[in-house]
Design a protein around this ligand. Structure first.
Ligand code: SAM
Ligand code: DTB
Ligand code: SF4
Length: 326
């Protein structure tokens, strides 16, 4: 979608925008389902990058200590618990600038992925920058989706991160697509961006070819010790508008109402679902930050007559040999 089209939609009265988004949503997602994804930080803290929102950067004193890569057994325990709780997608995050083929840590992660992919959940990882070889190996090990956010507009990106570029992010996304993994790519609201930056972000996301399979919309969770600890809070109506614009501009994507739900009322979340959100992070922890309690989310879904989406209902299953379950 062009910037001009996004701009025209963004100027619609609130309820007109919501109606359009709802119509698009119902055409493409008639089932009243929400995908439940569980996150696990398999390597926490000590990251070389300086993303100014992130509690895991080694450059800031945030109280998040650098840990080693989690053991296969510990990851599997968490993955099994997520499945037992009703999650259909398991997303593992690592606080790394990126990964390199042949390194011990990358081989260890591949082993972890082979184990987790045998559990028959969608497997998503977010490990930072990738080259073509690394992307191919992840795909072969059983990764179905790779999360790598552009976070904001290209114009604002340099104000938020200096240790890698917006272009680096796009290159990784290209390798992910070429390897045949689904792209999970979105951003954060509340990084001191202008309304125009949000639209530019959506312009770039919606012009990826193919469009992302899923689009996480995070609201900044201000982390003490980071440069953005005192950032202005995001108005929930702005979030709802952003979800509506994401739905209209990327009709087939799962739009994930991501970080920041702990501060959203159930009514605001209901409007997000109405406007087109159809995926959430589920489970009491994100990577380092809090997420709503499982019971609270299940109650919310029940109150709204929404049901959990089955795994692989709109993405192909990796082939058995690739997933190591032949
Ligand atoms: N290191 C990898 C990377 O940068 O892609 C993976 C992990 S990183 C923590 C994943 C995403 O989490 C970021 O791109 C950002 O969108 C989101 N995120 C991190 N800290 C956040 C915060 N404080 N509030 C909201 N979203 C956040
Ligand atoms: C995404 O877009 N949001 C998730 C996931 N992808 C990896 C991460 C949210 C992190 C929130 C802050 C924290 O837990 O430290
Ligand atoms: Fe590192 Fe990712 Fe956090 Fe940036 S967002 S500091 S790359 S963990």
């Amino acid at each position: 979608m062009t910037l001009a089209e996004l701009d025209r939609l963004a100027q619609l009265p609130f309820f007109e925008l919501l109606q359009q988004a709802r119509a698009t949503h119902e055409r493409h997602w008639p089932k009243q389902e929400v995908q439940l994804c569980t996150l696990l930080s398999i390597k926490t803290g000590g990251c070389s990058e300086d993303c100014s929102y992130c509690a895991q950067s080694a450059r800031y004193s945030t109280g998040v200590d650098a840990e080693r890569l989690m053991s296969r057994d510990a990851v599997m325990e968490n993955a099994r618990a997520a499945k037992a709780n009703g999650s259909t997608r398991f997303c593992m995050g690592a606080a790394w600038k990126g990964v390199r083929q042949g390194s011990k840590r990358f081989n260890d992660v591949l082993e972890i992925i082979r184990d987790v992919s045998a559990l028959d959940m969608e497997v998503c990882v977010t490990l930072g920058e990738l080259g073509a070889e690394e992307a191919g190996l992840l795909r072969e090990a059983g990764v179905t989706a790779y999360n790598h956010n552009i976070d904001t507009s290209p114009e604002h990106y340099g104000n938020i991160v200096s240790t890698h570029t917006f272009e680096d992010r796009l290159n990784t996304l290209k390798h992910v697509q070429d390897a045949g993994m689904a792209v999970c790519c979105g951003g954060i609201l509340g990084l001191g961006e202008q309304a125009q930056d949000r639209l530019r972000m959506l312009e770039i996301l919606s012009n990826l070819d193919p469009q992302p399979e899923s689009v996480p919309i995070n609201v900044l969770m201000p982390m003490p010790g980071t440069p953005l600890e005192d950032a202005q809070p995001v108005d929930s109506f702005d979030l709802i508008r952003m979800i509506a614009l994401a739905r209209i501009s990327m009709p087939k994507a799962k739009v994930r109402l991501s970080a920041g739900r702990t501060d959203l009322s159930k009514e605001a979340q209901a409007l997000c679902f109405f406007a087109g959100a159809n995926s959430i992070f589920y489970g009491e922890k994100l990577l380092t930050a809090k997420n709503p309690a499982v019971k609270r989310d299940l109650d919310l879904l029940e109150a709204l007559d929404l049901t959990p989406q089955a795994p692989f209902s709109d993405v192909p299953k990796p082939c058995a040999t690739a997933a190591g379950i032949a």
